[in-house]
Ligand binder design. Sequence first.
Ligand code: PLP
Length: 370
Amino acid sequence: MHHPQVGDSLDELDTPSMIVDLTLMEENIDRLMQRFREKKIHVRPHLKTVKSPELARRLLAAGAVGGCVAKVSEAEVMAQEGIDDLLITTEIVGKPKLSRLVTLIQHHPRIKVVIDSFIGAQELNTALHEAQLEIDVLIDLNVGQNRCGVLPGKEALTLAHYCSKLPHLHLVGVQGYEGHLQHIHSPEERTQRCHQAMRLLTETAAQLRFEGFPIEVVTTGGTGTAEICADYGGITEVQPGSFIFMDTDYRNALGPTYANALTILSTVISRPTPTRAVIDAGLKSLSIDSGMPEPKGLPGIEYQPGGDEHGILTWTKIADPAQAHLEVGDRIELIPSHIDTTVNLHDHYYAYRDGMLEAIWPVAARGKVQ
Ligand SMILES: Cc1ncc(COP(=O)(O)O)c(C=O)c1O
């Protein structure tokens, strides 16, 4: 059996496979880094998108100050590969996870975490006390997403004062992620609502500083809002993740700001009727939580999953007959609708340039949800 290797033609790759157009990916990285370099804002990309230390290294080489991860288990994968200037952006709760965190920061003291509760802060402090370790923490603020986070203002100040009594925690900043605004199509509405969120975040940072807390980090922003956040003033770093590959959900909201650099390569395995083709990529290859993936370069042909292992392509009235001709054995690409949940389904990235495999990267943190 031939295992894919660097130098192979893309045509030799088995399907379904997750493939990356390196030229487009590198342009996405350069474009984003350039924008924030000009704005003098730190970029701490969210690595929950790529789940790959190799790609994290590329982002760092391009100018990122460190990375965000969502979970302790993702941090473990990154830290093992020497990427350990990390912010874990999700609250860490419960003995098993705290014990993993403590083990991790014994060797990787630059890892920072967020807190949003007295119980969470206190149990973190206790776990660190037992190991005689300390950690930098950020208060997580709810700036409108209504997920985690204390309310800006008084609640944040109360948690900060509580935190100051916990000797193993050092409050260094605030996080306020406006996830609910990322995909708003109207730039005016996205900007206006993002400004409201940034006002809550930066005002709370100012209040905390006024009360003597050394707030050095004010972190926020995803692919849809990072630039708006950066321009607001008072933000020190942004956390975009999806920009590196994009997806149709973001493209539909933001336009061609960044290119769709990742697709799922698949094969037509059956052609039962003139208006139905079946491909080998179903729910186990492509997520559909943000709508249907899009057949690339095939206007008028729509994808829907045909179960776990199959995808069904159907022809709409506007299908261009010249492009709509598909035979058993033809290979097509699907652009994911949601990049993070699609990447997490695959073992490897097959990165290519000019039709030839240039790199194969494991999705090393695939399935790391703890
Ligand atoms: C806390 C936090 N920051 C940043 C991001 C990055 O967002 P995106 O991948 O949309 O750029 C996410 C994504 O969900 C997130 O949860």
